[in-house]
Design a protein around this ligand. Structure first.
Ligand code: NAD
Length: 480
């Protein structure tokens, strides 16, 4: 049995309490590792280590800090297979997805910010003949990065990389449900000879470790990705302490399909947006709005494609749908399927837990599920389910499509499928979402601002936005 450890001040340390939590493989239901059930004292030790490391790390030239991150990126590439297998074991996602998306993206995050920091320039404002202002951007000190279970190493590094590049020292907390690749990243930090205390990783639950980090007076900023309710709890503690906060929260995203779309590409895109990672991506398009004249044709082609998605052992190369992350999450998603039926929805396909043969007999598998005939404002259509459950909804006019798309309290992402370029712009601008894709989904350029409006969060990550978040401005005005 694997015993994961906290990573404090450059060394692997057991939790001070000596207590561990079981960590389960979702594809089989087996416990495969024990993770530290850390507490406030572990967080205290991590913050102390980060504080001690901060002056030297912040004092390094950006280019030198960046080199450590580029080295980590190379090590992630070299360990692609091992990291992808660990991610699949921990999360239940298809190995093919971990190999082509999760781990390569973790490497890109390190490389992008490791090189990007060298191009991060100060602003200057001239007052002609009177003065010159220039703006220094200083690292904040010790910052916290708290990440969820759906894209474990991908999102963990998405936060850590800009924080470190900007000169901060980090105490990071991965999800207790998927901690394994964070542990492996710590091993790579040792190999990269990252100075001790620059990155500290504390494992454990949100209410113990996450809350202790948010409450710690020496933690100057919190970058959090997770559920909207958790985001509210964090904001309640952090706001009166005047901590910087970046909150990337839930979504209930619309896929808006017009009759003039490129049909085949749209059907393929809508299926991918609905069911990638078993529908457990904050950006997944779980409400598919289709112009009425195309509705029946789309429905038929969509269902046909959904029914051919290969659900199975995540280690098999042809598997497109793996396991949901946990028994508790599976039960939550199943309860939404019951709710959809109670709300009057017509089940078009799926809806059942799947018991596979062999190694995965006790895994948490669920058929891709599609409903129609649900009211636009019902709970199924407005609450985040975060699983392979989507609804089809017809619309008659562009105004109606926008009204349905914007009906939820979330505002993370949307996709629009049309060949009419004017409509593409018009609809994109009218959608209440931080990210809109046209004729594509989840195509990411790491320079672009990433984040949501409404209950989907506060602030933006990515590119300069992330480096700005992890720095404090100081303006210096010099009289000429
Ligand atoms: P979660 O909110 O339960 O947990 C996220 C992290 O916060 C975990 O590490 C958890 O241990 C920690 N945490 C829990 N309680 C805490 C507390 N009181 N104080 C501090 N930390 C605490 O979310 P989850 O179930 O792991 O992830 C799924 C959610 O994440 C979904 O709502 C999804 O939409 C969202 N998500 C959003 C984005 C985005 O970029 N907007 C990306 C991925 C996932």
């Amino acid at each position: 049995m694997l015993h994961l450890q906290n990573f404090l001040n450059g060394t692997f340390s057991p939790p001070i309490s000596g207590n561990y939590l079981p960590n389960i493989k979702p594809a089989t239901g087996e416990v495969f590792s024990q993770i530290p059930d850390s507490e406030e004292q572990d967080v205290q030790a991590a913050v102390e280590a980060a504080k001690a490391a901060f002056p030297a790390w912040a004092g390094l030239p950006a280019e030198k800090r960046g080199r450590y991150l580029v080295r980590l990126s190379e090590l992630i590439d070299q360990n692609l297979e091992r990291l992808a297998e660990a991610e699949t074991m921990d999360n239940g996602k298809p190995l093919s997805l971990a190999k082509t998306v999760d781990i390569p993206r973790a490497s890109s995050n390190m490389h992008f910010f490791g090189t990007g920091i060298q191009h991060f320039a100060s602003e200057a404002h001239m007052m002609e003949g009177v003065a010159v202002n220039y703006t220094v951007r200083k690292p904040l000190g010790v910052v916290a990065c708290i990440s969820p279970w759906n894209l474990p190493l991908y999102l963990f590094t998405w936060k850590i990389a800009p924080a470190l590049a900007a000169g901060n020292c980090v105490v990071a907390k991965p999800s207790e449900i998927t901690p394994y690749t964070a542990h492996l990243l710590a091993e790579l930090c040792v190999e990269a000879e990252l100075p001790a205390g620059v990155l500290n990783i504390v494992h454990g639950t949100g209410p113990k470790v996450g809350a202790a980090l948010v409450e710690h007076p020496d933690v100057k900023a919190i970058s959090f990705t997770g559920g909207t309710q958790t985001g509210k709890t964090i904001a309640r503690t952090a706001a009166p302490m005047f901590k910087k906060l970046s909150l990337e929260l839930g979504g209930k995203n619309a896929t808006v399909i017009f009759a003039d779309c490129d049909f085949e590409k749209t059907v393929a895109g809508a299926v991918q947006a609905a069911f990638a990672n078993q529908g457990q991506i904050c950006l997944c398009g779980s409400r598919i709005l289709v112009e009425r004249s195309l509705y029946d044709k789309f429905k038929e082609a969509f269902l046909q494609r959904v029914q051919t998605l290969t659900l199975g052992d995540p280690l098999q190369p042809d598997t497109k749908m793996g396991a949901l992350v946990s028994e508790a999450h599976l039960q939550k998603v199943l309860s939404y399927i019951e709710l959809a039926k109670e709300e009057g929805g017509t089940l078009l396909t799926g809806g059942e837990r799947v018991h596979l043969e062999g190694r995965c007999a006790n895994g948490y598998f669920l058929q891709p599920t599609v409903f129609e005939n649900l009211p636009h404002n019902c709970r199924t259509n407005t609450e985040e389910i975060f699983g392979p459950v989507v609804t089809l909804q017809p619309f008659d006019t562009e105004e109606e499509a926008l009204a349905y798309a914007n009906i939820t309290e979330y505002g993370l992402a949307a996709s629009v499928w049309t060949q009419d370029v004017t409509r593409a712009h018009r609809v994109s601008h009218a959608l209440q979402a931080g990210i809109v894709w046209v004729n594509t989904w989840l195509l990411r350029d790491l320079r672009t601002p990433f984040g949501g409006t409404k209950q989907s969060g506060v602030g933006r990550e990515g590119g300069w936005e992330a480096l700005r978040f992890f720095t404090e401005q100081q303006n210096v005005c010099i009289k000429i």
